[in-house]
Design a binder for this molecule. Sequence first.
Ligand SMILES: Cc1cc2nc3c(=O)[nH]c(=O)nc-3n(C[C@H](O)[C@H](O)[C@H](O)COP(=O)(O)OP(=O)(O)OC[C@H]3O[C@@H](n4cnc5c(N)ncnc54)[C@H](O)[C@@H]3O)c2cc1C
Ligand code: SF4
Ligand code: SF4
Length: 415
Amino acid sequence: MTVPTAAEAVARPAAVRDLCTDCGISRSSDPGRCGRACQFIKPDYPRLEARVHGRARDALNADEVFFGTHQQIHRAALVDPKPGAQWTGITTRIAERLLETGAVDAVLTMTADPQDRWRPVPVLVTRAADLAACRGMRMGYAPLLALLEPARAAGHRRLAVIGIPCQVYALRALEAELGFEKLYVIGTPCSDNTTTENFHRFLALLSAQPDSIRYLEFRADYHVELRFDDGRRQTIPFLQLPISKLPRDFFPLTCRTCVDYTNVLADITVGYMGGEGEQWLLVRNARGAELLGLLGDEVRLTAPGSHGKRAGPVKGFLANTERAAGGLPLRRMPDWLKPIVGWLMPRIGPRGLEFARARVEMKAVETVVHLRREQPRRMKSMIPEHLWRLVEAYGLCPRKGEVADRTRPNEPKAR
Ligand SMILES: Cc1cc2nc3c(=O)[nH]c(=O)nc-3n(C[C@H](O)[C@H](O)[C@H](O)COP(=O)(O)OP(=O)(O)OC[C@H]3O[C@@H](n4cnc5c(N)ncnc54)[C@H](O)[C@@H]3O)c2cc1C
Ligand code: SF4
Ligand code: SF4
């Protein structure tokens, strides 16, 4: 077996599969491992949850059905937010602490392409000071896991990986055979990713100077926030976004049918969805608690709130997704009403944990609707049992042939 160097691994051709986010395994010395590592082929979440966390998610604990196995859940912020971070920088600060304390030899994460700040590029970092350049969100796919073999070949035995859910699934599926002495996994949630090229098209619709946009976030208060190079900030209500001008296939099928929003196999998930304007942490196991402990009093933790009711918005989303028939779910609403609803949503819509539950349910609904329409034969192997529990309240039940034998099919009424 020849181990590629980092440059060789990234330069290898990616897998040619219709459902693939180029996590990097197909560029490794044994691309055949995709068959047992891929989130889009035949994932086995209960088995991996049990192996990684010591137990699968508790089916009787509602929040675990939504967010996966966890021991602690917090609203959080770094007391001293870091420049360039997507939120306050908890993710990269944990990784810095791992390097500063000597707990790991290297951190595998993404940095920005020097020619395009929005394009992710995988990188192995061995000095804490170099992680500042990795802060912030980029849009697109890059073969993070292609650098696992070069990391081993460079002599790194204790590794931290920062990854999005489809990368973390493959990492965990192969963890035992990778041979690292210690592996820390810091995950972020992920949804609605697309190619970097598509993302540039979106930026061009948002501003006359798209190249000067240095930051974008879909905030939990139903606004997109933009920051520009000259220091300007702009917020746009979701309802005013130019979604109708995007091509129907703006989001690839992978990201419309991905079954893991909250990165359930990470040791710690660092996001913002349940944070009501701050960050949101899910500590999943003892190693995740160790990672949070590294921040000491650099981090402020509070109890997350939960307000509003998600059922109405999720039902509306399901109706729009079905009506869009594979395209983007546009809201049917006269233009004059949009500012009023846009004003009301952050005030009466689901907030805090209820917002996070709503987003997880919407993503689950999308998975069922899009797979049923475009790849029905994949449903049986791709959709985990817990996902059906999330969508059943909205009248989506598995039809014949859509579940493996372990769950009972329940033919829904014709709609
Ligand atoms: C495409 C995408 C969609 C997301 N959607 C959501 C969401 O819906 N809800 C939510 O709560 N959180 C989401 N996140 C995570 C969120 O944007 C923040 O990254 C997270 O809250 C951590 O903030 P931070 O300040 O701690 O991160 P920082 O300290 O700024 O660190 C961010 C880390 O993310 C890595 N990263 C950046 N872009 C990518 C990429 N394209 N692929 C892989 N790794 C990357 C960076 O290398 C860095 O290590 C998404 C992230 C991505 C990449
Ligand atoms: S394991 Fe990774 S590289 Fe292989 S098919 Fe899946 S997403 Fe693509
Ligand atoms: S939405 Fe899912 S499939 Fe798409 S990049 Fe994010 S984790 Fe991967």
